[in-house]
Design a protein around this ligand. Structure first.
Ligand code: PMP
Length: 426
């Protein structure tokens, strides 16, 4: 063996700042669909999918073939200098897939934070207004404006102020935290009365299902009420689909569960099947308010990532991944519901999530509501030792979220759930 996890951890500690934390102690060597292997040859089942990036799995053969074919033609030109067909083809496909009743346009970028920030830039240009409203517990990225919109101070905002101005937060409704849709809407009314004129608000940004915040689905009544408020005051509704997009929830986009039509959609993560690409899809009349040259980025819509993304969209259709997400969700929920009822296991509860965007909370006691973030942290470590990659999230770090590839076989999913059940033994 030429390299060990322990040696790499030492090298990493000396070369990489601690601010970029890593939850797993092992270093990855290679990966295939829903499995990965570390540098010491240990195999793991991947229930994290690189944080919601791998809905079509690690190295899907069609994605790799498309990227390789593009590598052999050209890797970069900058779309602003020399345009290329894969960017246009992807914009066409995304515009047709997104839930807009009229014509759409698509801007391609590289990261999720770039997508949410550009959605706000476009909303500001379209409305001539500056303020933005976001939700507590929401996550929209780590760059300056995205960080300001993110609704969690520790660790995302602490020591990084001042925050970008004119960003306001209202509580996201979560029943077991005691916050109802009415509470959220009342807070919005207070905000409009006390802090910001709704006629100065450019956009409301919301995740159809909060990702980092704990897989809490935005209630339909909330989304409908936001749509009505936006229409009343000329505000644009931005759906942040960075984590919910591309079949994870059993629909192409999470907002489709509500029937509410947004004005702008931010996408990233699973679009690229492992290659960095993001975008803003929006109503054509809104998108075209930005003057030529106002949008872009050197690497935005990299041709290799565009080729990969086009293959991802093919795979989602050809392999029926919308239905598969619902099947996986039903399989996970049945197993978790049985585990929830067993007193010999650590207390879990609050099973939730649409499609295969499934999560549960580690709790202080069976049948209770008190979160146990420390138990979730321990569980993730125990799972790693047992060969399963799990991710936690949520306000108190109490939530375990399952983000396995939608291309994972039943056998692999069951093997992973067996490991989960073993490490949940009290
Ligand atoms: N929005 C949401 C909903 C996300 O989950 C994330 C990433 N976790 C982002 C934005 C930011 O994406 P990125 O890390 O690619 O900037």
């Amino acid at each position: 063996m030429t390299v060990s996890n322990a040696v790499l951890r030492e090298r990493r500690a000396a070369a990489v700042p601690q601010g970029v934390a890593t939850s797993m102690p092992s270093f990855i060597d290679r990966a295939e669909n829903a499995e990965l292997w570390d540098v010491e040859g240990r195999r793991y089942i991947d229930f994290a999918g690189g944080i919601a990036v791998l809905n079509v799995g690690h190295r899907h053969p069609k994605v790799i073939a498309a990227a390789k074919a593009q590598l052999d033609r050209f890797t970069h030109s900058a779309f602003q200098v020399n345009a290329y067909e894969p960017y246009v083809a992807l914009a066409e496909r995304l515009g047709a897939l997104a839930p807009f009743s009229g014509p759409a346009r698509t801007l391609l970028l590289t990261t999720g934070a770039e997508a949410t920030e550009n959605a706000v830039k476009i909303a500001r240009a379209a409305t001539g207004r500056s303020a933005v409203i976001a939700f507590t517990g929401g996550f929209h990225g780590r760059t300056m404006l995205a960080m300001a919109m993110t609704g969690k101070v520790v660790p995302y905002k602490r020591n990084f102020g001042p925050m970008a101005g004119e960003v306001y937060h209202v509580p996201f409704p979560i029943a077991h935290y005691g916050v109802s849709v009415e509470d959220s809407l009342r807070a919005l009314a207070f905000l409009f009365a006390a802090d910001v004129d709704p006629e100065q608000v450019a956009a409301i940004i919301i995740e159809p299902v909060q990702g980092e915040g704990g897989f809490h689905q935005a209630p339909v009544e909330l989304l409908r009420a936001l749509r009505a408020l936006c229409d009343e005051h000329g505000i644009l509704l931005i759906a942040d689909e960075v984590q919910t997009g591309f079949a994870r929830t059993g629909r192409m986009f999470g907002i489709e569960h509500s029937g509410v039509e947004p004005d702008l959609l931010a996408v990233a993560k699973s679009l690229g099947g492992g290659f960095p690409i993001s975008g803003v899809i929006g109503r054509a009349d809104v998108m075209d308010t930005v003057m030529p040259g106002g949008l872009g980025g050197t690497y935005g819509g990299s041709p290799v990532a565009c080729a990969a993304a086009l293959a991802v969209l093919d795979v989602i259709a050809e392999e029926g991944l919308l239905d598969r997400a619902n099947e996986i969700g039903a399989r996970l929920t049945a197993r978790l519901a049985a585990m929830q009822d067993r007193n010999s296991l650590l207390p879990i509860g609050h099973l939730r999530g649409p499609g295969a965007m499934i999560a549960f909370d580690m709790l202080a006691a069976h049948g209770g509501d008190e979160p146990d973030g420390a138990a979730a942290k321990t569980l993730v470590q125990r799972a790693h030792q047992a060969g399963l990659i799990l991710l936690s999230c949520g306000t108190h770090g109490e939530t375990i979220r399952l983000l396995m590839p939608l291309t994972a076989s039943d056998a692999i999913i069951d093997e992973g759930m067996d490991i989960l059940e073993r490490v949940l033994q009290a």
